[in-house]
Write a protein that binds this ligand. Structure first.
Ligand SMILES: [Zn+2]
Length: 1031
């Protein structure tokens, strides 16, 4: 025995509790071998021995038993999941947690999916991510506020609902009726799927953007923004979809990078040379060369713009002597394009071009000025820009500045109007209209060159048809004036991943206004009236709030149903200083659906303020939901969790409306995830035939390659994916998810099997009384629970899974489970050693089950039904998160066990392919810290049953300061060192050890199969009394 060491060491040793008290039998279990009498077997009994414990002793060995099925597949799996949902109260869980007392709330505001189709895998990805977070927060004791919602209005629903028929001959109310029915059908199908996926919500308490109360809350936002001067009406170019006959917002565009345009180079003859250009040599007449990808806009041309600071040249075409004006730096590429030499005749600065006037190439007598503009670039074209104010955004700004006419030559169907002239009228501008304009230019001798131009061009996101730019009278939000405030508000928001913040900010920059009016019927009407004679808009807070009240009571159908006298009653007219109601007609536009959903914070998150009960947007909700944000009543959601397409969509529209009304963001954090793609990384589409249907994933399809996986596999796939990038789904991802759950199931079955007959409430062993190795596992379990909690907190369920798998593979399967089997199966049932182990196994079962429950709620509840330690009817989700204790923390112990493991590894590598159980092991360590640590695991010099012997899984361990000189010749020697690191690095000691492994002389015990018996027909000293008692 040792040893005088410093005080730090004494503390360490004291913490390990090495100095046991007399009678502390568990920690230093020793059995007296010499005095034990050997119970001998008859030769018949020996022969009866088979692969497992011999038949004679089988009933004295405590093998794992559990009714928990090893494997569930096909119909049985599906029935089990649905049964678990019913037995464990999935449907009531949300209301249950709303009603319990909680200190803190967690509000995840659901971005409303669009009610226009069947549930798809993108829904699964989004909703399951949200549910994992909600369940995690709920288990940790927070009260969850989560109202599922649907985005119900808009053209795509209208189009799908009406089908081939279109709107022809239908009144707005008829269209709305059909669209509503269509949306309701889609909502019902999506809702059923969401429930089957196991999402925690009260499915009777959802929000719908077509609900009257929701519409009223939305109008309130509209009114506030209008009162602040942020909403205005204007006539300006907007993106217009001829295929949908409506204006579109930027968020409703999809840019097609493969779009092919017929780009042209055309000349505008200069009829008046700019005074800054000397006429010498230019008498022959100079033409301005322009380039455009949209030739159909030429008839609407009002100017040609130049860059004032650039250099321009007049060049002479070598092939036909035509004089052209182009930007100097574009000369070379124009020459290459035309396939001729261009000889420079004169050079000027842009500002010298002022005062020049061209004649329009196809409209006789029409004069077109040369004007300076900032948007001219030298990246392509000629450095001289054809300007059609009605059909280009920048063109329109030039027109506003120089007071040019903004004449629209395109109608709502995308055809030329009368203004374009008789030759063009009624031709679709993108097709025959373009052809005709080009041939007119050719006839006029103005077409210099035509080429195909492949470029990115905006398409209608729903009809997949190209859009045009045309001016119309629309309602706008002045987003430019909100931009700075919105950016400031965004700085206070946590964005996950942080890299998405840049995209959010640049999206805000890109948008200077937001067109919110749509020329359709299926939406929330813009509450505005127009004067019959003047067309002037009548809108103010009295009108909007009166209409909001009507919508709340009757729904927005009343806009079309009620007589105008009810919509615009006398008292409202009076407050508005307006004339008689007969002077007015109601507006026919509805709000953009992005405004609908962008106002959801007002309908779902806003707190009811006292004295305003009747007005509260939440008064339609039942009482527990009406007071959503009890503890943190700043009416911001804790999180919005959506796909990256919402960076320019709902994230932004919600931010803009909330900043406009409340001067703050509607969310404290944003989580932005990627899209679901096929296993080849392709976007899913019906034409590619790679669409994964979540219903087929769960219930199985017709092909053998599409088995029924159940909801938990779908959830595991979501959790395991790298959700911040593209998320791949297909057979291999799903099979791998199923296999991972299968392995987990095996581990859980092993745990459950060894807990048969154990009740932790009465039989649990106090950690201080436990075997060190068991205490060590509690320490590891605590570390595990910290890591897994941390991963969930960061929305990183994938990391939670990796932490779980590492814990199961490394700590449990290959370490702990392999060394405790002897104690579990062969020690007396009620012995302290076995109960100590079972106490830990029960904690591990509970910890692991809870840790995976946010991802696999079905499996978790199924395990909980079989698990000991709670009353019937209790469910996992009603009993909280992992209950790890700080008492479990034993860093010194970690060093002891890990030191022993290092020695074990050295030993095992010295006997490759051999059975460790057949060896006696001598461990020699020089006096020091490592020796003391090992001595805490084995107090005797030599033992077959110490904790150290259990850890080494050998027949006998002898612990000594130096290897004996008289080792037998077949002894296998190995050496190593172990760095002890205690007290956070204060104690560091590199300790050397030597080990000698010698084949044991002992015989295998026929019951426990350890090599600790005196002879092969003899039970070992441990097994003897057990068998005696049993027989
Ligand atoms: Zn035995």
């Amino acid at each position: 025995m040792l040893l005088c060491r410093g005080s730090a060491l004494s503390r360490t040793v004291a913490r390990l509790g090495r100095r046991s008290h007399p009678g502390d039998g568990l920690l230093h279990r020793t059995l007296s071998f010499s005095s034990s009498r050997c119970r001998c077997l008859s030769s018949g009994e020996v022969r009866a021995e088979s692969g497992s414990a011999p038949a004679l002793y089988r009933d004295t060995v405590l093998l794992p038993r559990s009714e928990f099925p090893m494997k569930l597949t096909g119909q049985k799996l599906l029935e089990r999941e649905v049964q678990t949902q019913q037995d464990c109260g999935f449907a009531d869980l949300y209301s249950w947690q709303r009603e319990r007392k909680a200190k803190k709330e967690f509000c995840l505001h659901d971005g409303p999916p669009y009610a226009n189709g069947d549930p798809h895998v993108g829904h699964a990805l989004n909703k399951i991510l949200k549910d994992i977070r909600n369940r995690f927060e709920m288990l940790r004791g927070r009260q969850i506020h989560f109202l599922p919602g649907w985005d119900c209005h808009g053209l795509p629903i209208e189009l799908k609902a009406l089908g081939e028929l279109g709107t022809s001959g239908l009144s707005p109310l008829q269209i709305r009726q059909k669209a509503r029915e269509f949306a309701q059908g889609a909502i019902a199908r999506q809702k059923a799927a969401f429930q089957r996926w196991g999402l925690m919500a009260d499915w009777d308490q959802c929000y719908y953007t077509y609900d009257g109360a929701y519409e009223a809350a939305e109008l309130k936002v509209f009114q506030e923004m209008h009162s602040k001067g942020l909403i205005y009406q204007d006539y300006k170019p907007v993106f217009w979809s001829p295929s949908s006959r409506t204006a579109l917002a930027e968020a409703e565009l999809e840019y097609n990078p493969e779009h092919v345009s017929r780009a042209i180079y055309a000349t505008f003859p200069l009829s008046t040379l700019p005074p800054g250009m000397a006429p010498d040599g230019l008498e022959g007449g100079v033409s301005v060369l322009v380039w455009t990808t949209q030739p159909w806009t030429i008839p609407a041309n009002q100017a040609v713009c130049y860059m004032p600071n650039a250099q321009y040249s007049v060049v002479n075409r070598a092939d036909n002597s035509q004089l052209l004006l182009v930007a100097t730096e574009r000369t070379a590429s124009v020459a290459a394009l035309l396939g001729t030499e261009l000889e420079t005749v004169g050079t000027f600065t842009g500002s010298q071009l002022g005062g020049g006037i061209c004649t329009h190439p196809t409209i006789p007598d029409k004069l077109v000025p040369l004007l300076p503009a900032n948007h001219v670039t030298m990246a392509k074209g000629t450095g001289l820009v054809h300007t059609a104010p009605a059909h280009g955004m920048e063109d329109y700004s030039v027109a506003s500045h120089f007071k040019l006419s903004v004449e629209c030559i395109v109608d709502e169907d995308g055809k030329f109007t009368q203004l374009a002239g008789p030759e063009l009228q009624n031709l679709p501008v993108m097709k025959e209209g373009t052809d005709r304009v080009i041939s007119m230019l050719e006839d006029a001798g103005a077409l210099v060159k035509e080429e195909q131009c492949v470029h990115s061009y905006p398409y209608d996101w729903r009809t997949k048809q190209p859009v045009v730019i045309r001016p119309s009278k629309q309602w706008f939000i002045n987003t430019a004036s909100l931009k700075d405030k919105a950016k400031e508000a965004l700085q206070k928001v946590r964005v996950l991943p942080e890299s998405a913040r840049g995209s959010l900010l640049s999206m805000l920059d890109r948008r200077t206004y937001w067109c919110i009016s749509r020329q359709r019927s299926w939406g929330v009407p813009i509450p505005v009236f127009y004067h019959r004679e003047t067309g002037e808009a009548l809108i103010n807070k009295h009108i909007v709030s009166h209409i909001a009240t009507l919508f709340k009571e009757k729904g927005s159908d009343c806009w079309w149903q009620l007589p105008i006298e009810t919509l615009l009653p006398d008292n409202v007219l009076k407050k508005s200083d307006a004339g008689p109601v007969t002077d007015y007609v109601r507006g026919e536009d509805v709000l953009d659906i992005w405004f609908d959903s962008g106002a959801s914070w007002a309908a779902v998150l806003e707190e009811e303020t006292e004295g305003e009960t009747a007005e509260s947007p939440l008064s339609w909700l039942p009482a527990p939901l009406r007071k959503p944000l009890v503890a943190e009543s700043d009416t911001r959601a804790d999180a919005y969790v959506e796909g990256k397409d919402q960076i320019g969509g709902w994230f932004q529209s919600s931010l803009l409306t909330s900043v406009a009304v409340r001067n703050k963001a509607p969310y404290k954090s944003l989580m932005v995830h990627g899209f679901a793609v096929s296993e080849k990384g392709e976007k899913m589409s019906k034409s590619l035939g790679n669409v994964v249907d979540p219903d087929v994933v769960i219930n199985g399809g017709k092909e053998p390659s599409t088995p029924a996986y159940g909801a938990d596999v779908l959830r595991w796939w979501v959790a395991e994916s790298n959700i911040f990038s593209e998320v791949q789904i297909g057979p291999s991802a799903l099979n791998s998810a199923r296999d991972s759950i299968g392995k987990l199931r095996n581990t859980l079955k092993f745990l459950l099997g060894n807990l048969q007959g154990f009740d932790p409430r009465t039989q649990a062993v106090d950690p201080k009384q436990m075997h060190y190795i068991d205490q060590y596992m509690l320490h590891q379990l605590r570390e595990y629970s910290i890591k897994v909690t941390d991963a969930y907190s960061e929305y990183d369920a994938g990391r939670a899974i990796r932490v779980l798998q590492a814990f199961i593979n490394r700590e449990l399967s290959s370490f702990y489970f392999s060394i405790i089997k002897d104690r579990l199966y062969c020690d007396p049932e009620d012995s302290l050693g076995r109960r100590s182990c079972q106490t830990v196994l029960e904690e591990i079962l509970d910890g692991v089950t809870r840790s995976i429950s946010p991802i696999l709620p079905h499996l978790a509840e199924e395990v909980y039904l079989h698990a000991p330690g709670h009353d019937e009817g209790e469910t996992l989700f009603r009993s909280g998160w992992i209950k790890s204790s700080s008492v479990w923390r034993r860093p010194g112990l970690e060093e002891a066990v890990e030191g022993a493991c290092a020695i074990r590894d050295s030993f095992l590598s010295s006997i490759p392919g051999k059975n460790a159980a057949q060896y006696d092991l001598t461990i020699a360590i020089e006096p020091g810290l490592l020796f003391e640590l090992m001595e805490s695991l084995q107090e005797e010099a030599s033992s077959t049953s110490s904790q150290l012997a259990e850890l080494m899984t050998v027949a006998r361990v002898t612990l000594t300061c130096a290897l004996p000189r008289d080792l037998p010749p077949d002894a296998l020697l190995s050496h190593g060192t172990f760095l002890i690191n205690l007290e956070g690095g204060v104690i560091r000691e590199d300790s050397a050890y030597s080990i000698a492994a010698v084949p044991t002389a002992a015989a295998r015990c026929p019951r426990c199969r350890r090599y600790t018996a005196e002879s092969a027909d003899c039970l070992c000293p441990r097994c003897q009394p057990i068998v005696s008692q049993a027989h």
